[in-house]
Design a protein around this ligand. Structure first.
Ligand code: FAD
Length: 469
C-alpha cells in the first residue's frame, strides 16, 4: 500500500486531528526524553478508543506496516521510539484517557491505557482509596506504558510492581482482534493467565488498551527518616531489622551513596542534605499506615536500636510533611542531576538482597581498576534489590570514547550481575538498549520460549520490531 493511501485510510479511521504528518509536530514522538533514541515515522496515529485501535491495527496488518506503541514516552530503554526507516507507524495512546469505573467496594479501578499515572492515583484518592504505583515520571507516563514495562518505582517493597497491581487487561492483537480480559476478579483459575504475557512485553505482542487495577486502603499519612550509614552491609541489615519490627508498615526503603547525594546537592538548587556530616551511604525510610498513632514511635524505636547496635551513625526523622517532601526531593532529583553533570552509563539491575553488599564491593573494585577516575553514582530501590549502578562520563566525552566505555562498562557490570544470579533489567525494560545483551544472559531455552510466544502472537513481526527480541 502506498504511503499516501495508508495515511488517508488512517485519517478515515481516527479523524484528521488524530494523525500527525508534519515532521516538526512529530518531534516529541520520534525522539526519547533522554535524547538517546531518534527515529522517523510515516505517521503518528492517535486513536480515541479501542474500536479505533482495532481498525488501525487491522489496516497495518493488511498493509504489512510495522507499529510502535507509545504512551507518555518517558521510557528509559528506547522502546517507544521508531527506527530510522520512516516506514513505521507510531500508535500513541495519548487520546485514550477515560477512567471508566472506580469501585471502592471491590477496590478496583478500570481505565483506558492512555490515562496518566498521576490521574489514576488522584481518582483513587477521590474515593478514599490508594493506588500505590509511584515513580519520578508519574506526571507524564501512562498506565499502558507502566503495564508494558512492568514498571516498579518506590512502592514495590510493600505493594509489588505493576504486574502485582493488575487484575485485568484489554489488548488489541496485531491482526486487530480485541481480547477483552477486563475482569475485576482476585481469583480466576481458568487456564493460562494471558494478562501476564502482555505485562512487560514492551509493545512486542499487542496494544494494551484498557486495564483493571487493584486499589488499597488509603494511608492516613507517612513518617519519613533520613539515615547516615558507614557501609552497604549495614544498610541491608537496617532494612532487615525494620522489616522485622514494622512489618508491612515499612512502605519504602531507598538508598543513595555519598557521590549520588553530592551530585544532587551540587547540581540542583534548594536540595540540601538533612545531615551535616557526610556518610558513605544514606537510607531514605518511610512508614505508612491507615492510622498514624504509634507510627513515629515505632520508627524512632527501631532507629534507636539500630544506633545502639552500630548499624547506623546518625538519623533525622521528618517532623512535617514539608520535611518529608524535601527528603524525597533528594532521592527523586538524582536522574536530573545526572543529566546535568555528565553522560551516565546506566545499569538498572536487580540482585538477591543478600548479595547486594558483596556485589557492590566487587563492582566498585572492577570500575576502579578498569575505568579509573570515573564517578560511580549508585542508588536505588534497595528494599526490592534494585540498584541503579551508574558510571558518569564527562559531558564533552567524544562519541567514540563514549561508545567504547559504555560497551566495556556494560559487559563488566552485567557479567558480574549474572555471576550473582541477578537481572540486567530490573524495571526499565529491554527496548533497544539491552536487546543484544539479553541474548548473552538468557539461556537458549528461555530465548526459544520467548521467540515462540512472539511468533504465535505476531507471526508477521509487525509489533515494535527491533525491540526486546
Ligand atoms: C524521571 C523519571 C523517573 C523514572 N523512574 C522510574 C522508576 O522509578 N521505575 C520505573 O519502572 N520506571 C521509571 N522511569 C521510566 C518510565 O517512566 C517507565 O518505564 C514508564 O512505565 C513508561 O511509561 P510511558 O507511558 O512513558 O511508556 P513509553 O515510554 O511511551 O513506552 C515504554 C514501552 O512500553 C510500550 N508501550 C507503551 N504504551 C503501550 C501500550 N498501551 N500497549 C503496548 N505497549 C505500550 C512502548 O512501545 C515501549 O516499549 C522513570 C522515567 C523518568 C523520566
Amino acid at each position: 500500500m502506498k504511503q499516501k493511501e495508508l495515511t488517508s485510510r488512517l485519517m478515515h479511521i481516527v479523524g484528521e486531528e488524530g494523525v500527525i504528518l508534519n515532521p516538526a509536530d512529530q518531534e516529541t514522538y520520534v525522539n526519547d526524553w533522554l535524547g538517546k533514541a531518534h527515529g522517523r515515522t510515516v505517521a503518528v496515529v492517535r486513536p480515541r478508543n479501542t474500536t479505533e485501535v482495532s481498525a488501525v491495527m487491522r489496516l497495518c496488518h493488511q498493509s504489512h506496516t510495522p507499529v510502535v506503541p507509545q504512551g507518555g514516552n518517558t521510557g528509559m530503554s528506547g522502546g517507544a521510539t521508531p527506527d530510522l526507516s520512516g516506514a513505521q507507524v507510531v500508535l500513541s495512546l495519548n487520546r485514550m484517557k477515560r477512567i471508566h469505573d472506580v469501585d471502592p467496594v471491590n477496590n478496583t479501578l478500570t481505565a483506558d491505557a492512555g490515562v496518566i499515572l498521576a490521574e489514576i492515583q488522584q481518582a483513587a484518592r477521590k474515593v478514599g482509596r490508594y493506588f500505590p504505583l509511584s515513580l519520578g515520571a508519574e506526571g507524564s507516563c501512562t498506565i499502558g506504558g507502566n503495564l508494558a514495562t512492568n514498571a516498579g518505582g518506590t512502592g514495590v517493597l510493600r505493594y509489588g510492581n505493576t504486574r502485582d497491581l493488575t487484575l485485568g487487561l484489554e489488548v488489541v492483537l496485531p491482526d486487530g482482534r480485541v481480547w477483552n480480559g477486563l475482569r475485576a476478579l482476585r481469583k480466576d483459575n481458568t487456564g493460562y493467565d494471558l494478562k501476564d504475557l502482555f505485562i512487560g512485553s514492551e509493545g512486542s505482542l499487542g496494544i494494551i488498551t484498557g486495564v483493571v487495577l487493584k486499589l488499597f486502603a488509603a494511608p492516613a499519612g507517612r513518617i519519613t527518616a533520613w539515615v547516615g550509614v558507614q557501609n552497604l552491609a549495614n544498610v541491608v541489615a537496617l532494612l532487615n531489622r525494620l522489616q522485622a519490627d514494622c512489618g508491612p508498615r515499612l512502605s519504602a526503603f531507598e538508598m543513595m551513596s555519598a557521590p549520588s547525594l553530592s551530585l544532587v546537592t551540587t547540581q540542583l538548587e534548594a536540595h540540601v542534605s538533612p545531615l551535616k556530616k557526610i556518610y558513605p551511604y544514606y537510607a531514605l525510610i518511610e512508614l505508612a499506615d491507615t492510622r498514624l498513632a504509634g507510627l513515629q514511635d515505632m520508627l524512632q524505636t527501631g532507629l534507636s536500636a539500630a544506633i545502639e547496635e552500630g548499624l547506623i551513625d546518625d538519623c533525622v526523622v521528618a517532623m512535617s510533611e514539608a520535611q518529608s517532601v524535601s527528603m524525597w526531593k533528594l532521592r527523586e532529583g538524582i536522574s536530573l542531576a545526572q543529566v546535568k553533570a555528565g553522560k551516565a552509563v546506566k545499569h538498572d539491575i536487580a540482585l538477591p538482597i543478600s548479595g547486594l553488599a558483596s556485589f557492590v564491593a566487587e563492582a566498585d573494585q572492577a570500575v576502579l581498576t578498569d575505568f579509573p577516575g570515573l564517578p560511580i553514582i549508585n542508588f536505588g530501590h534497595i528494599g526490592d534489590g534494585n540498584l541503579h549502578y551508574n558510571v558518569l562520563l564527562p559531558l564533552d566525552v567524544a562519541p567514540e570514547d563514549y561508545k567504547e566505555k559504555t560497551t566495556g562498562l556494560n559487559k563488566r557490570i552485567h557479567d558480574l550481575v549474572a555471576q550473582f544470579n541477578g537481572s540486567i533489567s530490573a524495571e526499565h525494560g529491554v527496548g533497544t538498549l539491552r536487546r543484544d545483551e539479553l541474548r548473552r544472559y538468557k539461556s537458549t531455552v528461555e530465548m526459544d520460549l520467548m521467540i515462540a510466544i512472539k511468533r504465535a502472537l505476531d507471526p508477521n513481526q509487525l509489533m515494535n520490531p527491533g525491540k526486546l527480541l
